[in-house]
Design a protein around this ligand. Sequence first.
Ligand code: NDP
Length: 393
Amino acid sequence: MTDSFSRRGLIQLGLGGAAAGVLAPGQAGAQRPDSEKLGFAVVGLGKLALGQIVPGFLNCSSAKLAALVSGHPDKARALAAAQGLPVDAIYDYGNFDRIAHNPRIQIVYIALPNFLHAEYTIRALKAGKHVLCEKPMATSIADCEAMIAAAKAADRRLMIAYRCQYEPLNLEAMRRLRSGALGRPRLVVTDMGRQSDLAEPSDAWRLDMAKSGGGALADMGIYGVNASRYLLNEEPVEVRAWAQTNRSDPRFRTTEDLISWQFRFPSGAIGEGSTSFSYAGTMAYRVLCEHGRLVADPGAFYGGNRLTVEGTAGERQPKLPEIDQFAREMDWMADVVRGKAPLVSPGEEGLQDMRLMRAILDSVARGGATIRTDWGYRRAFDPAAVVGVPAPA
Ligand code: NDP
């Protein structure tokens, strides 16, 4: 159980039991007047912030955009004007700490390159703000630990933006597996990767080990590491991995390209994962169970995900609602801060993935050696038990 939302707290909210604890969107925070929404400062106006996060506020019921933090004043000013934000809601990286004096900001959304997550998360926490930080949480285990310690010291919430843990298809997949209707899960296969382009500035830092903390694995493979854990609702106790990296390809001077890994889970299930920055875009998984299988392909896109469930009763494609995943997680964060929703993806979740990714890279470096990962981590909340799925439209 994390510090931020105890089981007792959940029970006090009437959310103690699995069935009673499921919060559908809007249930924890129905559409609120603008004056009651919690204000977010978005840090780093790159592809994700401009393409998904800022537009996502339009679909939020509990969160609103309150400030922008950018190294490019012209871009920030133009965006602020378009969003109806005053000029005093614009910050740069030098004067960022002044957000402490802005009561319109309750939460800071870190959308910076990975190597800057720790610094800006810790500065935001020291400024008294809560933090929603993009995945991967940071570029090192030590940075993740420092971020968690800073949240504790400041008594603020720290959530990692694992959007799939709040997304209807993934929640439906978790529930089908938990129900036991397909029998025990035996094998989870996750494939998460895409082509990369060194000429793209947002890929250049991802291909730099110091800035990304792990190339394709840190950017895309992390979805598979995380999914295998939330699909099975358990933690791997051993890992081994291999990589195929063409070092004459200028993209892969410091990071691995294609990695394939195996996780051994205590239940006896095996997880197989792959990631790459040189195969065609895919974000898919499948789970083979005793009496059926479940296929999510795609399973982690921003939209258009497709779930197929094959069991003894035949093959079904459950009808699931399309939602704005970024609005959903920003609303969830706002409700966490209000004490109305559990912190499902806290810093500890980000640290666990970071440690597992380190173990994968250690195994690669040691020629596929088996690395023990049974350090005793247990997630505080099963998303399937506390995060609701909206009804299909
Ligand atoms: P970009 O490179 O497109 O944007 C990052 C922004 O950070 C830049 O535009 C810049 O904004 C700011 N920045 C500050 N310092 C630097 C620096 N030294 N180098 C580069 N940029 C800097 O990255 P993305 O938007 O694609 O990714 C941002 C984060 O979001 C990453 O952690 C990534 O893993 C995560 N992400 C998560 C996704 C999800 O589905 N959850 C999907 C995509 C990304 P400015 O000019 O305003 O200063």
